[in-house]
Design a protein around this ligand. Structure first.
Ligand SMILES: Cc1cc2nc3c(=O)[nH]c(=O)nc-3n(C[C@H](O)[C@H](O)[C@H](O)COP(=O)(O)OP(=O)(O)OC[C@H]3O[C@@H](n4cnc5c(N)ncnc54)[C@H](O)[C@@H]3O)c2cc1C
Length: 491
């Protein structure tokens, strides 16, 4: 066996991206995935519009205990491809300020990676995703690579101009929606198993073990590194062990810190990566709400949706922001958009941010166990009043922009989902930082305590910008996989 073999844990977008990049660098990879199949759904896409979509359901995940906001949502389903079985596919890049501006608040909010370092990896990720977008930079949203170009319709440009006056961008939401016509037995065009891992299957250096729930990482005190992953093999109902030169943890933003806590040993008694007590802290998420807007004059039905970017960092709180995704209602609205027809109502989804803080965390439960006998994971998070005020302020802000653009808008229905977990954008519990004082991993996602272990999902996020996280997760995973491959070549 090649002694450079890397074990990647998790087959969601983060793990799949890391695996692809390691294989491209000639490094043998074994992906361990607790799920056994993708979750099936259905997608009918005609002329660039998703006319019918059936998504597989999620279930309340076992092995978690909620202690913050009692409404905290922890629904999840373990499967090949992770949450990309369910996702929408919105893939905006973070902008340069998103990585640096938090420093105004405190140095702990400065990412150890810059936009320009990440840009080539955004490109690598985007080239796997068959994205529809308008490839032109707008304020707070750099353009990325896209396969399919789409410009926001002409009559919406007045809104774009009023947004620009306030330093905001308005453009097509970059969407990993696939080619114009699709008929699929899954609910999403991009699924990280179908679009990445399945294509690696032909490679001799690639191995996928499904039904393999990784329980803990095994630290060798003499070698000062992790030497194996211990997993529950569902086929034989036994515990097994797999050794490797390095381990890429990509179990998602709650399960990755859980795995590190489970890996406590005599040298790391409170969890691997937790020598400074930071593991689990700074958990964050996006509050979100959805509303319907009626306008007094017809305007072209929007599909794919448009994206209104955050207020400029300099003119607003650097870490409290909102983004607006504006789109057509239902199938009829999408069909109307195909023929350039107008509508008098549309839907808006808003994502807000929270400032990551120590008091929001995950940690091992003191008294509850999971099905494997490890402590359940306590999830403690809530949205403070300033976070809720910020997202509710987004309503009037959009109505003001519409007014400037010549439309009188009224919000008809609000579907508030202002409790943690509904966006499925958790992050931060194994954060990256240039200093171990503020970070669990370094700038290449390596645990300060165990550099042959990388954490590459959104648990590594230093802050949570208002943008959907997955593209940035994938870019970080590709970058750190490249660095790991370089390290292994030098061995
Ligand atoms: C309805 C919905 C819509 C969304 N829309 C968007 C969107 O438009 N844009 C966006 O950016 N994001 C979106 N998201 C979020 C997006 O799906 C996630 O950010 C993304 O899937 C995270 O990828 P990941 O690889 O880090 O984690 P996951 O996708 O959670 O993958 C983790 C993988 O690890 C496996 N695993 C977990 N624990 C273990 C273990 N112990 N051993 C072995 N395997 C394990 C899981 O089964 C899973 O396959 C959406 C999510 C949902 C639910």
């Amino acid at each position: 066996m090649d002694n450079r073999r890397v074990v990647v844990i998790g087959s969601g977008p983060a793990g799949a991206m890391a695996a692809q990049q390691l294989i491209r660098n000639g490094v043998p990879v074994t992906v361990m995935e607790t799920g056994e199949d993708i979750q099936h759904g259905a997608l009918v896409r005609i002329s660039g519009r998703n006319i019918y979509r059936r998504l597989p359901p999620m279930r309340t995940a076992a092995g978690f205990v909620v202690t913050g906001d009692p409404n905290t949502n922890i629904d999840y389903t373990y499967a090949l491809g992770g949450l990309s079985n369910q996702w929408t596919g919105a893939v905006p890049r973070f902008c340069a300020d998103d990585f640096t501006v938090g420093e105004k608040e405190h140095e702990k909010y400065r990412w150890p990676v810059s936009y320009s370092e990440l840009a080539p990896y955004y490109d690598i990720a985007e080239r796997t995703m068959q994205i529809t977008a308008d490839p032109v930079d707008v304020p707070n949203l750099p353009a990325g690579y896209c396969d399919y170009r789409h410009r926001v319709p002409e009559d919406w440009q007045a809104l774009g101009r009023s947004a620009l006056k306030r330093g905001q961008g308005f453009t097509t939401m970059p969407l990993a929606d696939g080619p114009p016509h699709l008929l699929l037995r899954r609910g999403t065009a991009f699924n990280s198993f179908s679009m990445l891992l399945e294509r690696l299957h032909k490679q001799k250096k690639f191995e996928l073990i499904t039904g393999a729930h990784v329980l803990n990482l095994e630290w060798d005190g003499a070698k000062r590194k992790v030497v194996a992953a211990v997993y529950h093999d569902s086929a034989s109902n036994t515990r097994k062990r797999i050794s490797a030169s390095a381990f890429v943890v990509a179990c998602g933003p709650l399960n990755s810190p859980k795995l590190l806590f489970n890996s406590a040993c005599s040298d790391h008694p409170s969890g691997l990566g937790n020598s400074t007590g930071l593991l689990g802290q700074y958990l964050h998420d996006h509050p979100r709400e959805w509303w319907a807007v009626d306008v007094d004059a017809p305007i072209t039905s929007l599909s794919p949706p448009a994206y209104l970017t955050r207020l400029p960092h300099a003119a607003s709180h650097p870490l409290l922001a909102c983004s607006w995704t504006i789109g057509a209602f239902g199938t009829i609205g999408k069909i109307k958009s195909r023929f350039g027809q107008k509508t008098s109502s549309f839907g808006v989804q808003v994502f807000g941010t929270m400032i990551p803080k120590e008091q929001y965390y995950v940690r091992p439960s003191a008294n509850q166990k999971d099905e494997f006998g490890f402590p359940a994971l306590e999830v403690h998070i809530e949205f403070e009043p300033e976070v809720l005020d910020n997202i509710m302020g987004a309503r009037d802000h959009l109505l003001g922009l519409l007014k400037d653009a010549g439309y009188k808008g009224a919000i008809r229905a609000i579907v508030p989902q202002l409790f943690p977990g509904t966006a499925k954008h958790y992050g931060g519990a194994a954060r990256m930082h240039a200093s171990p004082k503020y970070g669990v991993t370094d700038s290449c996602n390596r645990l300060y305590d165990a550099p042959n272990v990388l954490v590459v999902d959104a648990s590594c996020f230093t802050t949570g910008a208002e943008k959907n996280p997955t593209l940035t997760v994938m870019a970080l995973a590709a970058r750190s996989a490249d660095r790991l491959a370089g390290d292994l070549k030098a061995m």
